[in-house]
Design a protein around this ligand. Structure first.
Ligand code: UD1
Ligand code: CA
Length: 470
């Protein structure tokens, strides 16, 4: 649709008293992303960022720095005196900046985060077709308690007479079930002409934006309502419990999107998958998996139960066995991880490599086909292709002050329980004997032993028992 004449105001200045949290409401996260970022993303799908006016107030610096990268404009509402007051600040911003206000203003709530771009486009479209001064997006939820109610002229009429807040409902209005979503389209001039007449003569002693509806009707202007396709999309998040309800709805949506693109997710309701995660077709995700942040997984992979993968990129055909933890890791095609591998930031695992049971990696590059299968710590290391790291072998990367680099070239065999004291280079094709403490570089093709010799005393046990009996 054509939204050239539209600007978007997002109300995000409130504290969120009902959350009982130090964090501003609009920075609480659902689906792994702040409420406000969800709303901005939906708005940006319809108008350019420069036409989005974000009203901030409570902890405005913190809110602004969290969403600044989106390129939206900011309008300060230093004191939060209600949703009507928030829009008064927008009007003042235009007057002060000299910027021409848009012909139509879409108003979104920073705490109604599941709103979809299609619904935003639909309400703008309806608004234009109805030639309305104000259009209200509504819904009829099972329990309307807490929401403002939209009163229509007649049941089958699009025309609205007023919005009544929960606390102002008269007994004969108690059964009004159609709620105000807090999302509206205004003819900007009509809205701005009423804002200065709002009063705080109500239960919350606030300027209610919702009062504008009846004021416009009194002027003979057209105020209409249109219901959203789904109730869930317009639910607000005023308490932590409501927020978690929206979080679950959003994650289920993400899981459905992935399943629709060919991903198998067993028991999706047990998985925690962030909104920006992408997964290729024919990948299987087992129950109780978490995929967080900007994680990308290729196709034909399998993520087994209880793995937590964050900010990581996995190729095709990767197997992540049970209980792995990955943070900022890159895993190439056909690699096998776990069970219980811990890949810490900047772990770069090569094609077909194996990182096995209880292995911890950090800032490490591991080449094609290399294996570290049992109980290793590999940190600050560059490891080539075809390397075998025996059970329990570790890099000693830290001297108490500085971190040092370990280099292990192609086809090296590191025997079990070796300690490689960095900085150190183990050259191509060399062997490290099991149990060695290696402190000097090992040249190509050499065998390095760094352990004390074994002493064996035949008959020692019997001799000792004989002494103990005396
Ligand atoms: C509001 C509506 C109610 C509607 C509901 C839908 C009013 C008076 N009521 O109630 O009819 O059913 O939303 O979710 O508008 N905000 C500011 N500045 C302020 C106050 C609020 O920017 O001074 C922001 C908040 O950060 C929030 C949004 O406006 O994102 C809505 O405010 P909130 O206090 O949550 O309104 P509700 O009581 O939910
Ligand atoms: Ca609200």
């Amino acid at each position: 649709m054509d939204t050239t004449g539209f600007g978007v105001a997002i109300m995000a200045a409130g504290k969120g008293t009902r959350l009982k949290s130090k964090r501003p409401k609009v920075l609480h996260e659902i689906g792994g992303r702040a409420l406000l970022l969800h709303v901005i993303a939906a708005a940006k799908a319809v108008v350019p960022a420069a036409q989005i006016y974000c009203i901030i107030g409570h902890e405005s610096d913190r809110v602004q720095s969290a969403v600044e990268h989106t390129g939206v404009q900011f309008v300060l509402q230093a004191e939060q005196r209600g949703t009507g007051h928030a829009l008064q600040m927008v009007k003042a911003w235009f007057a002060l900046s000299g910027v021409q206000p848009p012909q139509h203003l879409l108003v979104l709530s920073g705490d109604v985060p599941l709103i979809k771009p299609e619904t935003i486009a639909a309400i703008c479209d309806f608004h234009l077709r109805e030639r309305a001064a104000m259009t209200i997006l509504t819904a009829v939820p099972a329990n309307p308690t807490g929401y403002g109610r939209v009163l229509r002229l007649a049941e089958d009429s699009p025309e609205v007479t007023a919005i009544v807040e929960q606390k102002s409902l008269q007994p004969h209005q108690y059964n009004a079930r159609e709620i105000n979503s807090g999302i509206y389209c205004f003819e900007t001039e009509a809205l701005f002409s009423k804002l200065d007449n709002l009063s705080t003569n109500n239960a919350h002693a606030e300027y209610y934006l919702t009062d504008v509806a009846a004021m416009l009707v009194a002027d003979g202007k057209r105020v209409v309502a249109t219901p959203a396709d789904s109730v869930d999309e317009v639910l607000g998040a005023n308490t932590i419990a409501e927020m978690m309800h929206l979080d679950a709805a959003m994650r289920l949506d993400t899981a459905k999107r992935l399943m629709a693109s060919g991903v198998t997710i067993f028991r999706p309701e047990t998985c925690v998958i962030d909104a920006e995660v992408t997964v290729g077709p024919d990948t299987v995700i087992e129950p109780y998996v978490q995929l967080l942040g900007a994680t990308r997984i290729g196709s034909d992979s399998r993520i087994r139960s209880y793995s937590v993968i964050q900010r990581s990129t996995l190729g095709d055909g990767v197997t992540v066995r049970n209980g792995c933890i990955l943070d900022d890791a890159t895993v190439a095609d056909n690699a096998i991880l776990g069970p219980y591998a811990h890949l810490r930031p900047e772990s770069r695992i090569g094609e077909s490599a194996h990182i096995g049971n209880f292995v911890e990696t950090k800032k490490v590059t591991i080449g094609k086909g290399s294996k570290a299968n049992h109980l290793n710590y590999l940190g600050d290391a560059v490891i080539g292709a075809g390397v075998n790291i025996g059970a329990g072998a570790i890099t000693c990367n830290y001297d108490g002050v500085h971190k040092h680099q370990t280099t292990i070239q192609d086809n090296v065999f590191v025997g079990s329980d070796s300690t490689l004291v960095a900085p150190i280079t183990i050259e191509t094709g060399s062997y490290i004997a099991a149990g060695s403490c290696i402190t000097e570089d090992v040249p190509e093709g050499a065998l390095a032993l760094g352990r004390s010799r074994q002493a064996t005393k035949p008959g020692w046990v019997a001799a000792r028992k004989a002494i103990q009996k005396k």
